[in-house]
Design a protein around this ligand. Structure first.
Ligand SMILES: [Zn+2]
Length: 431
């Protein structure tokens, strides 16, 4: 039996806040982390071959138990799309008889590219060469009407959804060799289905072992984007594409970081939490998990005593990026330096971000929790429709984070534009 896909849930409070903005449509997404999948076929797996670590990093490579569908654990389970090197993204623009594509299909493509490719190039420091390819540069008409698939009611594994995937494969197959690609993007004509605020449609099948096969390979990692992610702030042209890097984050094995309460666990510090509005990069933890950091860029603070570490801005290439303090075999604290640069152009309070990662907490259930250095401040961002409170969560020079129970203290010693120094004290070594 298939596990239940985790879905993006919106709290009534958050919905009310969103609904108060006129003309707001916000595309949200469902993550369909479908348990473990057929490794190797459509996707060789993100983690094990790409991840850079040494034996000293062992205690920091926390893992989740098998019941977790999509885990923050390192390495990433097999079956997802490889996240380093050249990745070929088969990108299809799909329409229906009752929702015919308006205008040129390439205009739909241009809503997401080259922005998505550039976003990944920047975030990965050039390690992910993401190549969108459009062997069918026109609308791919589905044999049934949109209404007939029942997608507006559907969960990803509903019969109608499976039928849609099968039909996409069948219609594209004469012109596409699916063996050539590492992942599939389906850009649905934006006039298909209800407004995104009413019904959440964008979805990713990540490592789906029930996927239909094409040219002998299962289409196991596929992102579907519906509607337009316009948060009403006037930034759609610059930021509307980010639903796709979020959905693609799932095909690389990353879980959703928002929870039933919305973006309150991580705020705007990772695109897997909120993917609209003001810009946001991946957490350093995700960059390590994706194979975008060298071992030398990750400090594993597992031993007892006091040590100092240097952190350089996460958004800029080179230098140390992540310090991790394991608490046990499945969780720990992460430290990183967030400044306004690269994909982090909207950071309003530079400083050291402190968060807890738990590989036993599943997608959408809060696997990452950011600690707020300024609780109940209201935050520093002016961007609309984002979780504001955590936007000033970072720790500045002279400030400390403490977990007395765990015997852990982190102090930011010195802050310069290009590097911060932090002191980490542990009363006991990681077990
Ligand atoms: Zn998601």
């Amino acid at each position: 039996m298939l596990p239940q896909p985790s879905r993006r849930r919106i709290s009534p409070r958050r919905l009310a806040a969103l609904a108060s903005v006129s003309a707001l449509t916000l595309a949200l997404c469902t993550s369909a982390g479908n348990g473990r999948l057929s490794p190797g076929a459509f996707a060789p797996g993100a983690g094990p071959s790409a991840l850079s670590r040494t034996s000293a990093h062992g205690p920091c490579m926390i893992g989740g138990n098998r019941s977790v569908q999509m885990s923050e654990g390192i390495p990433t389970a097999p079956g997802y799309t490889r996240s380093t090197g050249t990745v070929r993204a088969l990108t299809l623009m799909v329409d229906f008889s009752d929702a015919p594509g308006e205008g040129d299909a390439l205009d739909r493509y241009r809503e997401f590219f080259p922005q998505t490719r550039e976003w990944f190039a920047t975030s990965s420091y050039g390690r992910l060469d993401y190549r969108p390819e459009i062997p069918v540069p026109d609308w791919l008409r589905m044999p049934k009407s949109f209404r007939a698939y029942g997608i507006e009611r559907g969960a990803p594994f509903d019969p109608g959804y499976r039928e849609l995937v099968r039909d996409i494969v069948a219609e594209a197959d004469p012109e596409v060799d699916f063996q050539d690609y590492d992942l599939l993007n389906v850009l649905v004509t934006p006039n298909a289905g209800p407004a995104a605020l009413d019904t959440v449609l964008s979805v990713t099948f990540a490592g789906n072992k029930e996927a239909p096969t094409a040219d002998g390979v299962p289409v196991a990692n596929a992102s579907f984007v519906y509607s337009r992610q316009d948060d009403g702030s006037g930034s759609y042209d610059r930021t509307g594409y980010r639903v796709l890097p979020h959905e693609n984050g799932h095909v690389f094995g990353l879980p959703d970081l928002y929870t039933a309460e919305g973006g309150g666990a991580v705020g705007h510090w990772d695109i897997m939490s909120e993917d609209w509005g003001a810009n946001n990069d991946f957490l350093a933890w995700h960059k390590w998990k994706l194979g975008w950091l060298d071992a030398s860029q990750v400090g594993c603070a597992a031993g007892r005593g006091t040590r100092e570490y240097v952190l350089t801005p996460l958004a800029l290439a080179g230098g140390p990026k992540l310090v991790f303090l394991p608490l046990d075999a499945h969780s720990g604290y992460a430290l990183e330096l967030r400044t306004r640069a690269g994909n982090d152009e909207a950071v309003c309070r530079p400083g050291v971000l402190v968060y807890r990662v738990d590989a036993n907490v599943d997608t959408g259930m809060g696997p990452v929790t950011v600690f707020d250095s300024r609780r109940d401040s209201g935050g520093c961002t002016r961007a609309p429709n984002v979780h504001a409170e955590l936007s000033d969560a970072t720790f500045a020079s002279g400030e400390s984070f403490e977990d007395r129970e765990a015997g852990i203290r982190v102090t930011v010693l010195a802050a310069e534009e290009r590097s911060y120094r932090v002191r980490v004290t542990r009363a006991s070594a990681a077990p």
